[in-house]
Ligand binder design. Structure first.
Ligand code: HEC
Length: 130
């Protein structure tokens, strides 16, 4: 009986997605700052070696008419929308291959399945838009 109640309580809690911008910030510094810069301005130590300059990631919303395209950005990070400097369709970042078990939605309603890590990074990026 207690078990059943607990199961009910868990069901009622629903599939709430934990979005951890602090963890996203740490993952960003570990995996992305080398190119995009610790302050996200596109001025990391590797930037000058790249053919295509890394974009300023605080201006994503500004580049997309003021709407931060969460799902589209998740695709760019996990490699399904391949970015050559990220390793194309074989991303440099091992964590994106961890369990693809979370859904992320854009304001327009587009949804995609991705990993917790990618969601945390997208949440962090969204929180620093200018
Ligand atoms: C080896 C250098 C490098 C690393 C490491 C890197 N990026 Fe990039 N990133 C780039 C470059 C260069 C571009 C622009 C490529 C293009 O426009 O074709 C880019 C583009 C992007 C974009 C697209 C921005 C937009 O406005 O559409 C996002 C988002 C992004 N990177 C996030 C990340 C994240 C998050 C990480 C870490 C998980 C990361 N990048 C790691 C070089 C890098």
């Amino acid at each position: 009986m207690r078990g059943a109640l607990l199961a009910l309580a868990l069901l009622a809690a629903g599939p709430a997605v934990a979005q951890d911008a602090t963890r996203g910030a740490r993952l960003f510094q570990e995996n992305c700052a080398v190119c995009h810069g610790a302050g996200l301005r596109g001025d990391g130590p590797m930037a000058e070696l790249l053919v295509v300059p890394p974009p300023d990631l605080t201006r994503i919303a500004a580049r997309y008419d003021g709407v931060f395209p969460r799902a589209g950005i998740a695709w760019k990070i996990d490699g399904r929308d391949p970015i050559l400097s990220h390793g194309g369709d074989m991303p440099l970042f091992g964590f994106v291959f961890s369990e693809m078990s979370e859904v992320i939605a854009s304001p327009g309603g587009q949804t995609v399945l991705t990993s917790r890590e990618v969601i945390d990074i997208v949440t962090y990026l969204e929180s620093v838009q200018e």
